[in-house]
Write a protein that binds this ligand. Sequence first.
Ligand SMILES: *[C@@H]1O[C@H](CO)[C@@H](O)[C@H](O)[C@H]1NC(C)=O
Length: 339
Amino acid sequence: MTLAASPIVIAHRGACGYIPEHTLASYAMAILQGADYIEPDLVMSRDGVLIARHDNDLGLTTNVADHPEFADRYRENSVDGELCQSWFSEDFTLKELKTLRCIERIASIRPANTRFNNQFEIATFDEILQLLKRLQGVAGRPVGIYPEIKHPSHFQALDLAMEQAVVRQLNAAGFDGPNALVYIQSFEIDNLKYLRSITELPLLQLLWIEGCPFDQAHRDNAVSYQDMATAAGLAAVAAYATAVGPEKNHFILAADANNDLHACDASNFIDDAHKAGLLVHPYTFRAENHFLPNNFTKGDDTQSHGQLINEIQLFLELGVDGFFTDFPDIGRHAVDSSP
Ligand SMILES: *[C@@H]1O[C@H](CO)[C@@H](O)[C@H](O)[C@H]1NC(C)=O
């Protein structure tokens, strides 16, 4: 397998450092800022339409609470073993979802983004693919798409499985075969294995910092994310995936109790992954001091930006093949100014 010539900038939920996540405006800004891929998280509507939302909980990212006509849809729901009370995408048709407007999810850290609250519709996957096509001409270069299938087991159990629909829509948009500018990602395992059986499109296995993939959790010999991050675990992932997406401060470097960044004990994560034939795309690089290890903060204000470019360049030096960032402009600059 050939490793990517230049590390890729993955616009995490669009340019969500600047415009509320998963809106067409946020994806458009990401493309214009030089992202190589835009990254939608996908969930399904009640009538089986793929939409971009952080997850199926609509309370956090839309103004659904201001819609009295939907007050009776508020309920308790078990999602991946956790009980939550909110409004959920699977209870709404696309037509109903289109009456909602998006809001900033982390307003306390990104207060400036709240000026866009209640302006943008929930975007469908189809609308995102159309936007991508239209803006490639403006960008003057091909831009890829990096969808995550959210809560796959949950939606499969509701008879709203997303895997076939995602592949079908990607194929219809001209993304086909192992060299397409696509990665389909998941925190679960079985749906990636299933995807490998129905498509040659590149797949990425996400790794959370602890616990097990939800589809494995009920099994006797459940494989944990820690297991998957070992040399043997990564070799097993390589049997069905093209790339692996580790949380950046747990598998490659580790932030200690003081929030200082150190090499992980006995970790050769990037080498092990490369030896297994996997590309490495860690997540998520964010500019605000709130999210940065001490090594890269500037001043004490949690909302102010630290030195994200230096953090990204450190990971580029360590050999990552791409990275997820909320700030595609800074990501582009980091890649272009690296030796
Ligand atoms: C981060 O800062 C700590 C404390 O100064 C230092 O020990 C550590 O080596 C730094 N990490 C990196 C990756 O530079």
